[in-house]
Design a protein around this ligand. Structure first.
Ligand SMILES: Cc1ncc(COP(=O)(O)O)c(C=O)c1O
Length: 427
């Protein structure tokens, strides 16, 4: 099982057998409130009839069309719909089947872009400590979570990392973005000075670091990264696999922060988690750079058998319709976002709670680790939560929550109320 303590799980399996809107049903017939939108992906809530119907109809009408040298209308319709909700300038879409593949695709686009422009000395990729960019080799190379990297020998060469943006002691219990810390982006200037801009292809960051435990960037930090990358001709890639599709109360984090990168990496919420699908959105400048040479030639030697799969495309189109009709991509910016923030921060002062962080409809509660047994306390909370009817996620000793965007106040009350009881009873 992926990212699972397999032996422990098999001794006491936790199984879901059904889902509807905000709730899962367990194999022993209990209802569990989904506090994590599955794995940050079921943004519209579970088993939405419209999405299920679109998937069924497409599977019956045309299950698969070859992705290379052939097309089908829904892949283009979805690309247009994506461009329609994407930040200004993101005009072209490449499809993948996951966040990890989207990351690899974006990194390859960055390298190839400089090369087709005659700037092939730009081979370096800059990531960030504590960054999560999936599990493939490019992603773990630019990623900065040590447990995901240390087992796998030599990763990509020519990679450097920015420092992460979390400064315990300075920013505990901040609501939303904190004021100080934008200067952490100046580290990019140091890296550029060290390697020379002429060797650097791209910088990739999650606008809000999710999987490492929800690290909110300081005010002005992402704009600084944008300014420095632009100044040096370096591409800026936002990995929006988590922050995309309404998580921060805007369609993308780029909208929330008012910072437009050169590429956006997406997946998860694109199909509401139903059918695996990812996407990389790029500017016309990047796209057009490839459109040269003889017309019979393939412009970019990359792609997947299932890129733009018809059933996934149908799921994506139906998902975007549901988001639009229900206002889900901006719901977190309204009253519910404030309610979420207040509820989360009401946990301050409970045993072991050393930090609480939030933005949009995402939040984290960091616990003091048990001395000598890191992760154990949060994992105990996770198991207790499941038994008590709520699904949370833990990473290290951090509890992360990101409910489906259809969440209502009563769900937040149940989630935070149950968590509060659990925290009071933790060893
Ligand atoms: C920011 C980010 N990038 C990439 C990924 C990888 O996505 P996947 O698990 O679909 O490969 C994730 C998954 O959580 C993610 O959060």
């Amino acid at each position: 099982m992926p990212f699972t303590s397999n032996r422990q799980f098999k001794k006491a399996p936790r199984m879901f057998v059904g889902a509807k809107d905000m709730f899962y049903t367990t194999s022993d017939g209990r209802q569990v409130l989904d506090g994590t939108a599955g794995l940050w992906c079921v943004n519209a809530g579970h088993c939405r009839p419209r999405i299920a119907q679109a998937i069924g109809e497409q599977a019956a009408e045309m299950d698969y069309a070859p992705a290379f040298q052939m097309g089908h209308p829904k892949a283009f319709e979805l690309a247009n719909a994506l461009v329609g909700i994407a930040p200004e300038g993101m005009n072209h879409v490449l499809y993948t089947n996951s966040g990890s593949e989207s990351v690899e695709t974006a990194l390859k686009v960055a390298l190839a872009y400089h090369r087709v422009k005659g700037d092939g000395s730009r081979f370096r990729l800059i990531g960030r400590e504590r960054g999560y960019h999936g599990v493939n080799f490019g992603g773990i190379s630019v990623g900065g979570i040590v447990t995901n990297r240390k087992m796998f020998g030599t990763l990509l060469t020519g990679v450097d990392h920015l420092p992460h943006t979390h400064t315990p002691g300075k920013n505990q219990f901040t609501r939303g973005e904190r004021e100080e810390g934008a200067n952490l982006a100046d580290e990019l200037e140091r890296i550029v000075t060290l390697h020379d801009a002429s060797t650097i292809a791209a910088v990739i960051v999650e606008p809000v670091a999710g999987s490492t435990g929800v690290l909110i960037p300081p005010k002005g930090y992402l704009q600084k990264l944008r300014d420095i990358t632009k100044k040096h001709g370096i591409l800026l890639i936002f990995d929006e696999v988590i922050t995309g599709f309404g998580r921060l109360g805007t369609p993308f984090a780029a909208d929330y922060f008012g910072v437009i990168p050169d590429m956006i990496v997406a997946a998860k919420g694109l199909t509401n988690g139903t059918i695996p699908m990812g996407a990389v959105m790029v500017t016309s400048e990047i796209h057009d750079a490839f459109m040269q040479g003889p017309e019979h030639m393939i412009e970019f030697f990359h792609g997947y058998t299932y890129s733009g799969n018809p059933v996934a495309s149908a799921a994506g189109l139906a998902t975007l319709e549901v988001y639009k009709e229900e206002g889900l991509l901006t719901k977190g910016a309204g009253e519910i976002g404030k309610y979420w923030e207040d509820a989360l921060h009401s946990l301050k002062g409970l045993p072991h709670v050393i930090d609480i962080r939030n933005l949009g409809l995402v939040g984290a509660v960091e616990l003091e680790p048990i001395a000598g047994s890191p992760t154990k306390r949060a994992f105990a909370a996770f198991v207790k939560a499941f038994e008590s009817g709520i699904l949370i996620r833990t990473t290290g000793d951090i509890i992360a929550m990101s409910p489906p965007l259809m969440v209502e106040k009563s769900h937040i009350d149940q989630l935070i109320g149950t968590l509060s009881t659990i925290l009071k009873g933790l060893e």
